[in-house]
Design a protein around this ligand. Structure first.
Ligand code: C2E
Ligand code: MG
Ligand code: MG
Ligand code: MG
Length: 286
């Protein structure tokens, strides 16, 4: 059950059902936060050379009472369109920061930020108050933004990103290579990291073009002083290629599937002694 809950999609509406299901999902999504149907899965990120865990990415999960797990790829766009992303995004940020603040090891937590969140002037002050409230150090929070999140209103996005960086928060460019991938964006925006999309990683070994793009992106990242992380690493051969290419970090099923908060805390170390008491208590039960 644990694996099923945190795994990638199960529910994909077919064409005929799509319209009806969509409006149904929109209504259900309104209650999802309140009904505690949302949760976060955490996927580790590893140093390519030492293979150590350096952080986690928080990935949103929706356990729908009727449809089971609905993929964020399906419901995030709905939340965007319906104006629900603000409250959902705030819940995600608070939950992820609170969780990371409870870890013993000061690992990084990466949180995805939707385009409309990035074009809200209120995002920096929201992040600031969540950091104060949870006690998470700003440098441990990394916000993942996508190219589409930036093209909508570049001026505004740049303003918001600068304010976030002033707080000490890190910014990662997510899904690099799949959107506009404009080099001027890399020039204008102060990203701390470039995340190469799984599309390229999965083509290692079969598509020379993808390999060339990865090598060029890693070289570009190095020249710009920005570490590169490759997403969707599933095989040892992909890891070997990325290590040789000089890619700093990796994320993917090879190292770990997204796991629940207990799984992440096992790796990151639990600071509160509470859980140890629980274990001791449990041992007393025959
Ligand atoms: P993403 O940010 O690029 O997240 C990576 C996705 O790739 C995740 O899918 C993850 O489970 C999957 N993945 C990781 N490693 C592997 C691998 O080795 N092989 C394969 N086949 N897949 C892998 P997921 O969790 O379904 O999320 C899909 C997208 O939904 C995310 O892409 C992100 O754009 C969006 N998303 C997820 N959580 C949030 C959130 O809290 N807020 C926002 N705004 N978007 C979110
Ligand atoms: Mg991401
Ligand atoms: Mg990504
Ligand atoms: Mg991706």
């Amino acid at each position: 059950k644990q694996a099923g809950r945190n795994n990638v999609t199960t529910f994909q509406p077919d064409m005929e059902e799509t319209a009806r299901t969509r409006s149904e999902l929109t209504m259900d999504l309104r209650h999802a936060v309140f009904n505690r149907e949302l949760s976060l899965a955490y996927q580790q990120q590893n140093d390519t050379v030492t293979e150590e865990v350096v952080g986690f990415e928080a990935l949103l999960r929706w356990s729908h009472p009727k449809h089971g797990n609905v993929s964020p790829a399906v419901f995030i766009p709905i939340a965007e369109e319906d104006g629900l992303i603000g409250s959902i995004g705030e819940w995600v940020l608070r939950e992820a920061c609170r969780e990371a603040a409870s870890w013993r090891k000061p690992m990084r937590i990466a949180v995805n930020v939707a385009p409309s969140q990035l074009s809200s002037m209120e995002l920096p002050s929201l992040v600031h108050s969540i950091l104060l409230e949870t006690g998470l150090k700003a440098s441990r929070l990394e916000l993942e933004v996508t190219e589409t999140g930036i093209v909508a209103d570049q001026q505004l996005a740049l303003h918001v990103i600068r304010q976030l960086k002033a707080l000490g928060v890190r910014i990662a460019m997510d899904d690099y290579g799949t959107g506009y991938s404009s080099l001027s964006m890399l020039q204008r925006f102060p990203f701390d990291k470039i995340k190469i999309d799984r599309e390229f990683t999965s083509a290692i070994g079969t598509t020379p073009e993808a390999e060339a793009i990865i090598l060029a992106t890693v070289a570009l990242g190095r020249a710009l002083g920005r570490p590169v992380l490759a997403e969707g690493v599933e095989t040892a051969a992909q890891l070997a290629f990325l290590r040789k290419a000089g890619c700093r970090e990796v994320q993917g099923f090879l190292f770990g599937m997204p796991t629940g908060k207990a799984g992440a805390a096992r790796i990151a170390g639990i600071r509160r002694p509470v859980s140890r008491l629980r274990v001791a208590d449990a041992a007393l039960i025959p």
